[in-house]
Design a protein around this ligand. Structure first.
Ligand SMILES: [Zn+2]
Ligand SMILES: [Zn+2]
Length: 260
């Protein structure tokens, strides 16, 4: 990679193109697996766990894939920008795991996820101000009943704001480049889980010492139906602290996981 100078516009364009293909491939693969399992195969055991009865709204899926593809382009630009900044020596990204030790891999992952969570929670609350909402956040909420394809379905204005946080984190937080890839993959998988319209977590997860801090489909579906609650991205702690967690979460979770 270092033999290419990414300040050269053509090299930067090729890098952005490769990043775009990677992000689109990851989104299609993850959302596609969820779609195949819960909308095509539709296992009997999970039918009682559907947040809303299964429906195939092809027009909605098409629009979600369109916006998600556009968001992928913005994420690719941010990714290429990060590689350029890394090459220029502006970031804290490192290449040898031994530099910080193995223990730092999960710790740096967690710190970055917590910063991302904090940024997103407050950005999200700001995007629910009526004027901002109409301008950049309504596209995401056009999906009242979400699907795995909703994962990256954002207006470009929201896509840009979302893509800024990781490039800022890597300016000061030492992260191995594979830790960054792992975080972005975690972001893609959890977004598919939260929008899948099926509760996949086990019974009692909402009361479990660790599970109670994790957002899932039941939690996030309440954001898409009630708007004023459940703003979180990965974790529930900001919603719990700021008292913005829906009081329907517990009863809904128990309803969807009643059978098993
Ligand atoms: Zn929202
Ligand atoms: Zn959503």
């Amino acid at each position: 990679m270092h033999q290419f100078d990414f300040t050269d516009p053509l090299n930067f364009l090729v890098l952005t193109g490769l990043m775009f293909l990677t992000v689109v491939f990851r989104y299609s693969l993850v959302a596609g697996i969820f779609y195949l399992v819960f909308y095509v195969i539709d296992p009997v055991d999970f039918r009682s766990r559907k947040i809303f009865p299964a429906q195939k709204n092809t027009a909605q899926f098409r629009s979600e894939i369109f916006w998600s593809t556009f968001t992928s382009l913005l994420f690719a630009l941010a990714g290429a920008g990060m590689v350029l900044m890394w090459q220029k020596g502006y970031t804290a990204i490192y290449e040898n795991i031994e530099d910080y030790g193995w223990w730092w891999i999960p710790v740096s992952f967690l710190i970055a996820a917590l910063i991302h969570e904090t940024y997103y929670y407050w950005l999200h609350r700001w995007m629910h101000r009526p004027k901002i909402y109409r301008l950049i956040h309504k596209v995401h909420h056009d999906s009242h009943i979400t699907s795995p394809w909703t994962s990256f379905s954002f207006h470009p204005g929201e896509g840009v704001l979302q893509s800024l946080v990781i490039p800022v984190i890597i300016l000061f937080l030492p992260m191995h480049y594979w830790t960054i890839v792992a975080l972005l993959t975690f972001m893609t998988i959890t977004s598919a889980i939260n929008h899948s319209n099926v509760e996949i977590y086990p019974k009692g997860f909402h009361k479990h010492w660790l599970g109670r801090w994790m957002i899932g489909a039941t939690h996030h579906s309440l954001h898409h139906t009630q708007y004023r609650f459940n703003y979180g991205l990965y974790f529930t702690f900001w919603d719990k602290w700021m008292k913005t967690e829906s009081d329907k979460y517990k009863s809904n979770f128990e309803k969807f996981t009643a059978l098993k």
